[in-house]
Design a protein around this ligand. Structure first.
Ligand SMILES: Nc1ncnc2c1ncn2[C@@H]1O[C@H](COP(=O)(O)OP(=O)(O)OP(=O)(O)O)[C@@H](O)[C@H]1O
Length: 993
């Protein structure tokens, strides 16, 4: 319980006799122009923010509290941090009271100073503004006004803790006035503005409460000639004690339009104004009595309402529409005052018209903005905060109401009292109207003027009435329209709310959609780009394919060219082969001829040798026979010689002469024989030597011929080999070029295909990833389709190219293998042939040198034989000479001694015979050895020549077989090549087509 201040000593004292005219409420007091220095510039409207604690419903919902109050900083912050909305706003006010603030504290801190100002003679207004259900009535009146406050106060002299501003202010005023022991009068009025109609809440008695709404008499808001606004017919109740006020308050509160809404069980559907008018007597130092006039308007505005949330329907909705309309006007006035715009639309609502002076006038104004801390009311709370924040900037120029002297006041009152008395008297008498004559005259004149005026006014009134009726109709229509519009507005609001919600959703969706669209756009642009790139690539690829096609066609042309070239080459090779075969044939023939020649020559040689040997044998035989003959002749001669030896002995001289002659005969015959033999031998030797020389010449010619042939053949082979090598080289270069080209094109194709595939896969992957599901599905389907197509195309291309490459490679490998093998064969053949040639040449050289050596040997031997023959001849001659000499000696000795001589002679002859036999034997052996030597030599030569001939024969045979083999191989290779090429070219042509 709050303890009221102890300054109400005059509680229960009789009311002040001061009577206030009806115009007092209408602010007719002449304002005293004594402005305080701080008031001169204007004083801002004070704004106090009060935040109530969350109610049960809000606590049930368990929504977050979005309003936080900092009472020290006088700051209120609205914070919301959700995914959809984020709010972070703070406002500063003159005073901020949080949910925990108590009524007493709130009053003491926020309202009490203003009440003091009212006591000072100011007109003070306190507005309670806020969303419905935020505690305006709780703040202004307090909780359980009827029962508690009063009873508590009456019984305990203490306020209930929930007592609001009005009882506390009344109590404060009484307390102060009584503490000052001042003479005062206090009048209170309690009105409500409901649906733009002003009703006196205190004039309604118990009966009229039950009366229909329409019977409530609305009061008119009027302006006096000085611009002051007053309510005609408003009953002001003079109060002298606080208790009276509580009862009045209770009565007025009971008469208020209230209803249950979703947000408040007892929601005020009207604006209520509780006015306290004070007249306090003051005595000046001069003893002059002045009346100080103060006024306190305590306005409990109807709650600004979200019709959708408050659940107001039909009549309630109309009420809410009216409430919102007047609050809107209030807001517009605040804006106009803050923005200093010329026109301030006070007249747009009765509330603002009546409280005109409180906003931008001479009044001291305080606005109590009430808010809820819950998230559900955030929107309205923010609106209230903005509203209050704006109202903070309104500047008033408060002035103390003019004080009147007590005598002037009494005089005025007396005049009024007199006129009232006269009216009363006339009314009581009911016999006409009594008025004093001068008044009658003046009034008659005035009446006449008034009649004139009235006539004019009547006319005016008539037209105005008409206009009024029209306006009324219009007004009714407008009202109806307004109601409809309000309803519509509410509906629209609801729809707007829904739309807002939907809009928010849509906005989020839109943002998402925008993002998606952006993403899609990006993707589409990306896709377009990729498609463009792909198209470019495809075009590029097409161009490349076309290029490749042209290249392939050029390749085909090249291949065709190469085929034709190969054909030509084949023909060339064929012709070469033919030539080769022909030449080989010729060679063969030549070799055969040469072999035949050689054979013939050899045969001739053999025959010659044999004939030479036979001749030699014959000559030897002849020699032998001759020698035999000679021997026989000698022996017969010797035998014949023995007989005449006797005779010789006897006839030495004669015999000697005879022997001499015989001897000379014999010696000449012997010499002839020897000469003959020697001629024969010489002839034989000469023949042999000629034969040998001929043979040598022939062999030399044969060797030369063979050498020339070999060299020619070697040169031919070299040329052919060079041609073939060149051919193989060109073939190889072509193949390598083709292979390189193919590899290049293959690698390029592969690379391009790989890059294309990679890019496509990348793009497809990114597309798949980024596109939304449906599009992704479609795109993935199309991608997979494309992929399949591309894959098949790529695979086809790859397969085709790989087949091509494989075929080409196989063909190249075949060709190259063939070429290589041919090359190898050829090289090895050439190598072997070269080696053979070199071997043959060396062997021939060796043979030649051997043959030459042998021939030299033979010649030397024959020369040796000749020498030996010559020696033998000389020996024979010597022997002959010696024989002759010895015969001479013998003859001489025989001549000297007859007896001895014959013996000696016979022995000498024997020895001669022996010697002759020896020499003959020597000769024969020499001849035999010569024969043997000759035979050996011939056999040797034969044995040398024969293998040579055989070798040559073999060589020729092997040459011819090899050549034919090579020719066959070459032909086969070429035929194979063409066999390979032809189908491949036809396959390629097919592929190309
Ligand atoms: N500061 C507060 N402390 C405790 N309770 C409060 C406070 N403010 C308001 N209330 C409670 O909230 C409810 C609604 O208050 P009140 O009727 O004063 O709201 P209102 O703003 O006057 O609404 P309306 O505009 O509809 O008349 C009441 O039950 C009241 O007791």
């Amino acid at each position: 319980m709050d303890t009221p201040k102890s300054y109400h000593q005059r509680r229960g004292s009789t009311p002040s006799p001061l009577l206030m005219s009806q115009t007092l409420w209408s602010s007719t007091e002449k304002p005293c122009r004594g402005l305080r220095s701080d008031d001169e510039k204007g004083v801002n409207v004070k704004v106090v923010l009060r935040c109530r604690p969350p109610n049960e419903d809000e606590m049930k919902v368990k929504g977050p509290l979005v309003i936080s109050c900092n009472e020290l900083k006088q700051e209120v912050a609205a914070t919301l941090n959700t995914a959809i909305k984020q709010i972070n706003k703070s406002f500063l006010f003159d005073k901020v009271c949080g949910p925990s603030s108590q009524q007493k504290d709130f009053y003491d801190q926020s309202v009490a100073p203003l009440v003091n100002e009212a006591l000072e003679g100011y007109t003070c207004t306190i507005f309670a503004y806020g969303q419905t259900g935020t505690g305006k009535t709780y703040t202004m009146e307090g909780e359980a006004v009827k029962e508690k406050i009063l009873s508590d106060f009456l019984f305990n002299g203490e306020f209930h803790k929930n007592a609001g501003v009005i009882p506390r202010a009344v109590q404060q005023i009484f307390d102060i006035l009584e503490s000052q022991k001042a003479e005062y009068s206090m009048k209170v009025a309690y009105i409500e503005i409901y649906n733009e109609e002003i009703t006196d809440l205190l004039s309604l008695d118990e009966e009229s409460k039950s009366i229909d709404e329409k019977t409530r008499k609305p009061l008119a808001l009027m302006e006096d000639g000085k611009g002051a606004v007053f309510i005609r017919g408003l009953e002001e109740v003079t109060v002298s004690t606080a208790d009276e006020i509580y009862k009045i308050l209770e009565k007025g509160s009971a008469n208020k339009h209230t209803a249950e809404t979703l947000l408040n069980k007892q929601s005020n559907r009207s604006h209520s104004i509780f006015s306290i008018t004070l007249h306090v007597k003051e005595c000046t130092h001069e003893g002059l009595e002045l009346i100080k006039c103060g006024k306190l308007n305590l306005v409990d505005l109807a709650g600004s309402e979200n019709i959708l949330r408050s659940g107001a329907k039909e009549g309630r909705a109309r009420e809410a529409g009216e409430i919102n309309k007047s609050l809107l006007t209030l807001g517009r006035i605040i804006n106009a005052l803050v923005d200093h715009s010329g026109h301030v639309p006070y007249r747009d609502s009765k509330l603002t018209r009546f409280l005109r002076d409180s906003l931008g006038g001479k009044t001291k104004t305080c606005i109590i903005a009430t808010v809820s801390p819950s998230i559900q009311c955030l929107e309205e709370t923010l609106s209230t905060l903005e509203y209050a924040n704006r109202a903070k900037q309104i500047k008033n120029r408060p002035e103390v109401n003019q004080k009147v002297t007590k005598s002037a006041l009494i005089k005025d009152l007396y005049v009024e009292m007199d006129s009232l008395k006269q009216e009363l008297h006339a009314t009581r008498e009911k016999n006409g109207i009594y008025i004093p004559q001068d008044r009658y005259l003046s009034e008659e004149a005035a009446q006449k003027a008034l009649v004139e005026k009235l006539k004019f006014k009547e006319f005016d009134l008539e037209s105005k009435n008409k206009k009024l009726i029209e306006l009324q109709d219009l007004y009714d229509y407008q009202r109806q329209l307004t109601a409809d519009l309000t309803e519509q507005l509410e509906r629209t609001r609801r729809e707007l709310k829904n739309a807002e919600q939907a809009f928010n959703d849509l906005e989020t969706k839109y943002t998402r959609a925008k993002e998606t669209i952006q993403e899609k756009d990006y993707l589409v642009s990306d896709l377009i780009k990729s498609e463009k790139a792909m198209t470019d690539k495809a075009l590029e690829l097409r161009a490349k394919v076309e290029n490749a096609e042209s290249e392939i066609s050029s390749l085909f042309t090249k291949i065709e060219k190469s085929i034709s070239r190969q054909e030509r080459n084949r023909i060339l090779v064929q012709s070469l082969q033919n030539k080769l075969t022909h030449q080989l044939e010729i060679l063969k023939r030549k070799t055969a001829v040469s072999v035949t020649n050689q054979e013939q020559q050899l045969n001739v040689l053999l025959e010659d040798t044999q004939s030479f040997l036979a001749t030699k044998r014959r000559a030897t035989d002849e020699l032998k026979t001759q020698l035999q003959k000679l021997k026989d002749k000698y022996s017969s001669d010797i035998q014949n010689f023995a007989v005449p030896a006797q005779e010789l002995h006897e006839n030495s001289q004669l015999a000697f002469r005879e022997v001499n002659s015989e001897e000379s005969k014999h010696s000449s015959s012997f010499m002839d024989l020897v000469g003959k033999i020697s001629t024969d031998v010489n002839a034989i030797l000469n023949g042999l030597q000629g034969n040998i020389r001929e043979l040598e010449v022939k062999i030399n010619a044969f060797v030369r011929q063979e050498q020339q042939y070999q060299t020619r053949r070697y040169q031919e082979i070299q040329i052919t080999s060079e041609v073939l090598l060149n051919f193989f080289k060109t073939l190889n270069t072509y193949i390598s070029k083709l292979r390189l080209m193919d590899e290049k094109s293959q690698s390029i194709n592969d690379q391009q295909l790989c890059t294309l595939e990679e890019k496509f896969e990348e793009l497809a992957a990114s597309e798949e990833r980024q596109l939304i599901k449906k599009v992704a599905e479609l795109i993935s389907a199309s991608n997979s389709k494309k992929k399949r197509l591309v894959q098949t195309a790529v695979d086809g291309l790859r397969e085709c190219s790989s087949i091509k490459t494989r075929n080409l490679n196989a063909e190249f490998s075949n060709i190259q293998g063939c070429a290589n093998s041919a090359y190898d064969d050829w090289t090895s053949y050439i190598g072997s042939k070269e080696a053979h040639h070199i071997e043959d040449s060396t062997r021939l050289e060796f043979w030649k040198s051997n043959l030459a050596g042998n021939i030299d040997c033979c010649l030397a031997e024959s020369e040796g034989v000749e020498d030996r023959w010559r020696n033998a001849q000389e020996l024979l001659l010597c022997q002959e000479t010696r024989t002759i000499n010895s015969i001479d000696c013998i003859m001489k000795s025989a001549m000297e001694s007859n007896g001895k001589i014959s013996t000696q002679l016979s022995s000498t002859v024997t020895s001669i015979l022996e010697e002759t036999a020896i020499s003959r034997r020597n000769l024969i052996s020499a001849i035999e050895s010569l024969q043997k030597l000759d035979r050996n030599e011939c056999e040797k030569i034969y044995s040398i020549i024969h293998p040579c001939v055989e070798d040559m024969k073999q060589m020729k045979d092997s040459h011819s077989s090899e050549v034919s083999e090579i020719a066959e191989n070459a032909g086969k290779v070429l035929t194979d090549e063409y066999k390979v090429d032809e189908p491949s070219s036809s396959t390629l042509r097919k592929k190309k087509s």
